[in-house]
Design a protein around this ligand. Sequence first.
Ligand SMILES: [Zn+2]
Length: 289
Amino acid sequence: MTLKGIKKTYLKKLFRVNFKKNDRRMDIFTEHISVSVEHLSETLLQNLTEQKVGVELSFFAKPDNLEPGKLKEKIVEYKSLLSGFSGKVSMHGSFTDLNPTTRDPKLLEVCNFRIRESLEIASELTLAKIVFHPNFFPSTRSEYKEYWIEKQIRFWEKHLHLLQSEGITMYLENTREEDFSYILPIVKALNSPFVKICYDTGHSNCFTVFKVPPAEWVKAYGDYLGYIHLHSNHGFTDDHIAFTKGNVNFGGFFEAVNALINSPEMIIEVKSSEEYELSLQALRKRNLQ
Ligand SMILES: [Zn+2]
């Protein structure tokens, strides 16, 4: 056993601590607020430390950033940048053009490859939380919803082993799903402590016909909900503006979030630093830590 191993075992016995993959992220903060960021820098991380805000990495979700040579370099760079950061760190996994319910086996291979690749990056960076999209695309085929849910379960269950062995929890996020009744049965059927839900407050407003209010999503998801992407829009395009703007109906939303037994991570997912500052100030005013 290595010295590190001995120390860990000793500490485990002493404090009965359940050590997980992201031990080094046993953060100094108790807050649950993070911000989604594509390009990390030392200055940015310093600012976040002062604000006691965590970070969700969106860099590795973009296909242009996944070219093999560039990717290795970036992982090394991000590892070094994050080594001095004590806040929470999570990651957005690949989603662009991915369709886990595709009928084409070749396209399915690409989907599986991208999901595995995202999990390997998260593991390299010792992260414990990652977001993926089931990417529902509406269809007029009869009983399509049931078919889609079943195919989603079959797709994600192939990745459960890796999630478990790497100690990574994945959060499935809504895009065009009309309401909570699409992702909830998938997560329930997967029945794993490593599978939870990410609710995106903007997507349910601009991508859906019925625009079910955020409070209803939160109440229906209950404690399957572990992660929230917080932003708004005007109901037509995915603008990613501060939640204080736009026409998302946030009535009862924060009360519903506060009523959950386990507080979900609240990720401010907006397009500019101005929208971020507005969001953060508004959350602080609500005493949301
Ligand atoms: Zn989102």
